[in-house]
Ligand binder design. Structure first.
Ligand code: SF4
Length: 414
């Protein structure tokens, strides 16, 4: 353990897509060692590094200052003053073993509770279902999202090294739900066999989850002990598997072909709805297939309507007869100050605000996802009077957004 964790509260790179791009982490690194951990490749998760912890007093001071009506001094202040929900647990697990000794997450939860601040606690640990955590969560403005990649205890013990068993995680969902705390399950990444998917969905519903979100595995291009370990745990050569399927490369990762992911996502969505839960399609290019208007995990439907909807995903949802235009989000709230320190140097716009980034990337984005990477969205040759490209949304995807689960998409029908 060492000193203060400077970036405990930050804006995530998901701000063009997600309505909840505000993350909070109690610890600068994670003691769990999940084989697929994306945070590990970004330096956020490792049991070996010195772990720094957040300073809860800083969050308390900031929220108190804003509650007294002081002027926002930074983009984080603007987001907090607007009460954009916080995603607590982005780069490390807030309930990892160190929490039992230091209680930093508990202190942060108490502060968030005092301000009734909307917060999604994301964890793999059942510590959150014990007292005093459960009491604080029940009294505050919280949703708890428990993460699990499979129902198989054997596989989970190989891929989620150090984390509690699946039985314990589902039991945590059960306890929290019984205490009246809205709970969600996040299958991230989806590592179950397709013939196990329905059992997984039913187990989450039976435990009391109100929502289920699914994300596919993104495979890092770089060779690493994590990547090799995951292949061993799954008893397959993942690189070969992804290459055989002509998996496209997105940034520094391979993703499975969209046709394969959409087919699975739609089946899971149908199963989830049949089990009485909301569904979140958490792959970036499939976010618009989620329930809710704008959030990747559809937790907005559990009572956390985020005022931040200045996103590509919202623009798709606000299409007019399949035409997607910038004007659809032009009046949405957004913070005004620079987000420079939260954007990587390759894509940084000097002193750029969120609006500057969305405007600059609306017509295409060299370093990452833009609007036409969403499934069913394509560019037209038209531009509006301000030079923003007009996109279109395929008719079968529009139908799906309107009608729920009914029909398989033509493009993806088996
Ligand atoms: S719990 Fe989350 S942050 Fe920690 S190693 Fe696993 S995936 Fe990474």
């Amino acid at each position: 353990m060492s000193g203060g964790y400077e970036y405990a509260l930050a804006i995530t790179s998901q701000f063009p897509f997600c309505s909840i791009p505000l993350r909070l982490d109690s610890y600068s690194a994670c003691q769990f060692a999940c084989r697929y951990c994306f945070a590990a490749s970004r330096g956020g998760s490792t049991g070996q590094k010195r772990i720094r912890s957040a300073n809860p007093r800083e969050l308390a001071r900031r929220l108190e200052r804003l509650a007294k009506g002081s002027e926002a001094r930074s983009v984080l202040d603007e987001m907090l003053a607007a009460r954009i929900p916080i995603h607590f647990g982005g780069m490390s697990d807030p309930m990892m073993p160190l929490e039992g000794r230091l209680g930093v997450s508990l202190d942060l939860l108490k502060i968030l509770h005092d301000h009734s601040y909307p917060t999604i606690l994301s964890t793999k640990s059942d510590l959150c279902a014990t007292d005093p955590y459960c009491d604080v969560l029940a009294a505050g403005n919280f949703i708890v999202q428990i993460s699990l990649p499979t129902l198989s205890e054997g596989l989970a013990s190989r891929v989620d090294a150090g984390a509690p068993s699946i039985t314990r995680r589902l039991n945590a969902v059960r306890i929290l739900s019984a205490a009246g705390i809205p709970t969600a399950c996040r299958v991230q990444p989806f590592l179950a066999r397709d013939d196990e998917a329905n059992d997984l969905v039913l187990a989450c519903a039976e435990a009391g989850a109100k929502q289920l979100a699914v994300e596919h595995l993104k495979l890092a291009l770089e060779d690493s002990s994590h990547r090799r370990g995951l292949s061993v745990a799954l008893d397959m050569d993942l690189v070969k598997y992804y290459k055989l399927r002509d998996s496209p490369r997105v940034g520094r990762e391979w993703v499975l072909p969209v046709e394969e992911r959409v087919r699975r996502m739609l089946k899971l969505r149908q199963m989830t709805h049949s089990a009485g839960m909301l569904f979140g399609a958490a792959d970036n290019d499939l976010l618009h297939l989620s329930d809710g208007t704008s959030c990747c995990s559809s937790v907005d439907q559990l009572g956390f309507k985020s005022p931040y909807r200045f996103t590509f995903t919202q623009a798709i949802h606000a299409h007019k007869d399949g035409r997607i235009s910038f004007s659809a989000i032009a009046d949405e709230w957004r913070p005004r100050r620079s987000i420079g320190q939260y954007v990587n140097s390759k894509s940084r716009i000097p002193r750029g605000s969120i609006e500057d980034y969305i405007r600059a990337h609306w017509n295409g984005y060299r370093h990452g996802s833009a609007l036409d990477t969403y499934f069913g969205v394509s560019r037209t040759n038209e531009k509006d009077e301000d030079g923003f490209v007009i996109y279109t949304l395929a008719a079968d995807v529009r139908y799906l957004l309107l009608s729920g689960d009914q029909q398989p998409l033509n493009a993806c029908a088996e």
